[in-house]
Design a protein around this ligand. Structure first.
Ligand code: KG4
Ligand code: ZN
Length: 339
């Protein structure tokens, strides 16, 4: 089956075609709205929706050409139904459903985090079920026990800011342009850790939950101190990044011990962080655990993960069918129906 995937939940418009029989991506096209939102220092929801409308038809045409397919060669149209920005989601949902209807093909609503969570299965080598998933995106920080496609159990999550949000807000405080996460990571690479004693919130509380807002406050207090010097920004960035990594690593390790499983997958935008990857892989290897990541291009938002998740659901006979243009700007992953 050839599945079209459409992602439009935030500031990337993604379209991709996944072939379940060949188990590979036939095409992928992505448009990032970074330039559009940069002058505002963050995503402007209405501008995001309008740009998704503009880009989707062009990206779709490009993907079909790349795959060498006509529209009728598609077997299903999958789209991100949530969570995300309401207007941006509505664009993808209505576009996908209208397109599916015109072709007489099923429209399949997909949970954005399920897309992230299953995307490491596209990597080589790929993990096998069951595994622990560490989802670290702009809006979510969660640990999930993943038994199979559609079988997700929430182990712990952030009680306040998500890890990506903490990266973005801290970057803003340091005067870095949007999107802050990757910029802060690049700055941290040039810095030295160990100069600024930042907290590791909830590290020792025994739970699998996270909290990042105190860390952000500690950074703010450091910057507002009279002794603060601009040239120390890279060292502070390095200490901030290390604090986030220490917490993510400790909680992921605890989740692996609790479940007794040996595989961790890391997905979502923060999973693109090089230092996080290196430290997770090295530290957990010492405990006999393997860490899997999506292919680098699929770490941040994209259409491929949506097409892929729908493809897996179709193969497992648990693909939901859209019967109305329903989107879920807030949507708990553990409520999706399993196979
Ligand atoms: O998964 P994603 O593309 O979108 C959401 O679903 O939220 O994640 C975006 C988040 C942003 O907060 C961004 O700053 C962060 O991922 N991010 C990073 C890096 N690349 C993206 N954070 C830290 N280091 C990076 N290299
Ligand atoms: Zn995402």
């Amino acid at each position: 089956m050839k599945v079209l995937g459409i992602e439009s939940s935030c500031d990337e418009t993604g379209v991709a075609i996944f072939d379940t029989r060949e188990n590979r991506l036939l095409a992928q096209a992505l448009h990032s709205q970074i330039a559009l939102h940069a002058e505002y220092g963050g995503v402007v929801p209405e501008l995001a929706s309008r740009d998704h409308i503009r880009r989707l038809p062009l990206l779709l045409r490009g993907a079909l050409t790349e795959a060498g397919l006509s529209a009728n060669g598609l077997d299903a149209i999958a789209y991100t139904a949530g969570p995300g920005l309401a207007g941006a989601l509505l664009v993808g949902a209505s576009f996908a459903q209208a397109y599916a209807h015109s072709l007489g093909k099923p429209a399949i609503p997909i949970h954005h985090l399920e897309g992230h969570l299953l995307s490491p299965l596209l990597a080589d080598p790929a993990p096998r079920f069951p595994f622990v998933a560490l989802l670290v995106s702009g809006g979510h920080t969660q640990l999930m026990a993943v038994e199979n496609v559609g079988q997700y159990r929430l182990l712990g999550e952030s009680v306040d800011d998500a890890a990506g949000e903490a990266f973005d807000k801290t970057a803003k405080m340091l005067g870095l342009p949007y999107p802050g996460g990757p910029q802060l990571a690049a700055l941290a690479e040039r810095g030295r850790t160990g100069r600024f004693p930042l907290p590791r919130p909830m590290l020792k509380d025994g739970s699998l939950d996270f909290s990042f807002s105190g860390l952000k406050t500690a950074v703010r207090e450091t910057i507002q101190h009279p002794n603060w010097r601009e040239e120390d920004a890279s060292d502070l960035a390095a200490d901030f990044q290390q604090a986030v990594i220490d917490v993510l690593l400790a909680k992921a390790d605890r989740a692996l011990r609790q479940t007794g499983w040996k595989q961790l997958i890391v997905a979502g935008g923060v999973g693109a962080n090089i230092a996080l990857r290196a430290q997770l892989t090295a530290a957990l290897a010492k405990k006999g655990c393997t860490v899997f990541y999506p292919p680098p291009a699929l770490c941040t938002d994209n259409g491929a993960m949506i097409a892929f998740a729908a493809g897996l659901r179709l193969q497992a006979n648990c693909a939901p069918l859209a019967d109305a243009i329903a989107i879920h700007p807030r949507w708990a992953l553990e409520t999706v129906v399993g196979g």
